[in-house]
Design a protein around this ligand. Structure first.
Ligand code: PMP
Length: 434
């Protein structure tokens, strides 16, 4: 069955399904960190639906919550109508929101994916401010529907001004550290304040507190506070895209809590649906300027996703899984830094909580006379991914050059499982280097 299914899917499905093509697995059963394939092989899944599975596969509290809705005879689809299931989800969501937002927030349920909620957030701040431009960052990933609004007609022309996202390892200014973050902030200020810059006052700024698809790049807390001040002083709504960083992943319930900033808008998806599709925008109530019907979507009220999501949010909160992610993440990073000391091909190890990236480079191709790190090595990263798979470990690749091995294990991963993941990764790297 395994081979037949793989062959038929690769013939029938679009070539756009690239990561699945590099992971020839046919999952038939899953629990926690483990996936079992149709060929009977077992894998440790550190892809976790790109960070969606906060509690791993098929967690009992999630399954129980879904079954309860089904057994109760409740409707599964009611668009935006109020239901007890939705009420319970919203109550749980508000209980987790960062202080400063929780007491004055509105939530908008969006069509099922993170990218729908991003579109909603952009539209919301444009409506609320009457402006159209957006500030966004290099290396950002907010979804795949760019252009959907423009193509739908009636949307204002959206100009995105791209600003440098600070990063230690491949600093856009070539200086790294505090100095790089300072330059990013000053660049932003000068674009906004110099009338000759050609940048009109924007409708908002959107950022990821830790870039995920961009290669696991955590923004420095001071820089985030500075961006908050810059936007606040100029009445520019700040949108935090926590689609990937939310629900304990980075070691706090929401990643903005590390810096203490309170964004005006938060975009949430992935883990909030407990493995089913759910996406929302949460925002300060003053921004609730749009007309009824201004943002719709047929699948914005999925009852099963809300039940699974409420169970997940509650479980993460009650069991302090964010703190667990912080402690275990620090330990895993420590071990990976040890590994980096033995492998010149590891250019950088970074992350926050259980959102970890290992950037692979080609040390032989490094120009020692030039500043900056060795060139990225996507071929080695792909080889590591393959060798991991051979050892029963699923990892994802990311970053601008697809040279960053990403680990996004469930927050419920045990110490022993984390050790097993790192053992297999270390073996895979040694094999791939040969
Ligand atoms: N924002 C971020 C930060 C993401 O990581 C992603 C997905 N990886 C999205 C938005 C888009 O979400 P979706 O794929 O559900 O549309």
């Amino acid at each position: 069955a395994h081979e037949g299914i793989l062959r038929r899917q690769s013939l029938r499905e679009s070539a756009a399904r690239t990561y699945a093509r590099s992971l020839p697995i046919v999952p038939v059963r899953a629990r926690g960190l483990t996936i079992e394939g149709a060929d009977g092989r077992r894998y440790l899944d550190c892809l976790s639906g790109a960070g969606t599975l906060a509690l791993g596969h098929n967690h009992p509290v999630v399954l129980e919550a879904i079954k309860k809705v089904i057994d109760s005879g409740a409707p599964l689809h009611v668009l935006d109508l109020a239901t007890p299931v939705k009420d319970a989800f919203t109550t749980e969501l508000f209980a987790t929101l960062p202080p400063g937002l929780a007491d004055n927030a509105r939530v908008q349920f969006c069509g099922p994916a993170g990218t729908d909620a991003v579109e909603a957030a952009l539209k919301l701040v444009r409506t609320a401010t009457g402006r159209s431009g957006m500030l966004a960052f290099t290396g950002a990933y907010h979804g795949m529907t760019e252009g959907a609004l423009a193509a739908s007609g009636g949307a204002p022309d959206v100009r995105v001004t791209r600003l440098p996202y600070p990063q230690e390892y491949r600093c856009p200014f070539g200086v790294g550290g505090e100095r790089g973050a300072e330059l990013s902030a000053r660049w932003t200020e000068s674009l906004l304040d110099d009338p000759k810059s050609g940048v009109a006052p924007p409708a908002g700024m959107i950022l990821e507190p830790v870039q995920g698809e961009g290669g696991v790049i955590p923004a420095p807390d001071d820089w985030l506070r500075r961006m908050r001040r810059i936007t606040e002083d100029r009445s520019i709504p700040l949108i935090a895209d926590e689609v990937q960083t939310g629900v304990g992943r980075t070691g706090t319930f929401w990643a903005v809590e590390h810096s203490g900033i309170v964004p005006d808008v938060m975009v949430l998806s992935k883990a909030i649906g407990g493995s089913l599709p759910l996406a929302v925008v949460v925002y300060r109530s003053e921004l609730d300027a749009w007309e009824p019907g201004a943002h719709a979507g047929t699948f914005r009220g999925n009852q099963l996703a809300m039940a699974a999501g409420a169970a997940t949010l509650g479980y993460v909160r009650e069991n302090r899984l964010a703190e667990r992610a912080a402690t275990l993440g620090t330990r895993m990073l420590g071990r990976l830094q040890g590994l980096a000391a033995d492998h010149l091909s590891i250019g950088d190890v970074r992350g926050k909580g259980l959102m970890i990236g290992i950037e692979l480079v080609d040390p032989e191709a490094e120009d020692l006379t030039a500043p900056g790190p060795a060139p990225a090595d996507p071929a080695l990263a792909a080889a590591v991914q393959r060798e991991c798979l051979d050892r029963g470990l699923i990892v994802e690749l990311g970053g601008r050059h697809s040279s960053v091995v990403r680990l996004l294990p469930p927050l419920t991963i045990t110490d022993e499982q984390a050790e097993a993941v790192l053992d297999r990764l270390a073996d895979a790297l040694t094999a791939a280097e040969r």
